[in-house]
Design a protein around this ligand. Structure first.
Ligand code: 6GU
Length: 221
């Protein structure tokens, strides 16, 4: 898979892509991730990428031209283009699975107070990561990349995805490791019993009850 990210702040991504599982996935050629500063694509003699809104109002608006030119230099028939914006559809695990099947993803990070509406016409999907406002699409795009890359074949143990929260619409069951008693808090006996049928039942029951109390909306599906 190839991922191209368009941003005014490519340095924001340094730490995230140079550690842990994403770093290893890049090193092992499971994914190629390229950062593009769309300021490099501006036609403006002063390198401007934003301007005041028509009709008035506060703030500066990202212009369409640098983003169109940058996307057009990258896209092919295999490209899937995503715009990060708080008014996009809410991101879900099922979307991570769909995206993990794509050959090429282009992600556009909005910033400042907004972007020219015509940028939406370039995109296959507009995505938000939740009902709160961030200063830009960079952090949300990192969440998308992380959730997709971990699903690529050979990146993490596939058994781990099957047990992920949100698969089968349930949150995760509780897990413990040594020691058996920590500051008076004990590991449930059933996990030490060696009885795998009982352990599976316990885990399902805990996952179900946690989902019911925290996220009843998941059970309605
Ligand atoms: Cl994609 N962008 C911004 N700026 N804020 C957000 C978001 C995206 N998703 C949630 N909040």
């Amino acid at each position: 898979m190839k991922i191209d990210i368009l941003t005014l702040f490519p340095n924001m991504f340094d730490g995230v892509f140079s550690e842990s599982i994403i770093k290893r996935a890049i090193q092992n050629n499971k994914v190629e991730i390229n950062l593009h500063d769309f300021r490099d694509f501006t036609d403006d003699p002063h390198n401007k990428v934003d301007d005041t809104p028509y009709g008035g109002g506060a703030g500066m608006v990202l212009m369409a031209q640098p983003i169109y030119d940058c996307v057009e230099s990258l896209k092919s028939d295999d490209s899937f283009i995503i715009l990060m914006t708080p008014d996009g559809v809410s991101y879900k695990q099922s979307m991570a699975y769909d995206l993990s099947k794509k050959k090429h993803i282009i992600i556009i990070c909005g910033h400042y107070e907004g972007f020219d509406e015509r940028i939406r016409n370039l995109c296959d999907l507009e995505v938000s990561i939740g009902d709160y406002v961030l200063t830009g699409g960079e952090i949300p795009s990192m969440a998308i990349v992380d959730s997709v890359v971990r699903l690529l074949p050979g990146v993490i143990n596939e058994q781990s995805h099957m047990e992920d929260s949100f698969n089968n619409s349930l949150l995760d069951y509780p897990t413990y490791t040594k020691p058996r008693v920590f500051r008076g808090m004990e590991v449930p006996d059933v996990l030490l019993s060696g009885d795998h049928k009982k352990i599976d039942e316990y885990r399902y029951r805990e996952a179900f009850n946690k989902t019911k109390s925290r996220r009843p909306d998941l059970l309605e599906k």
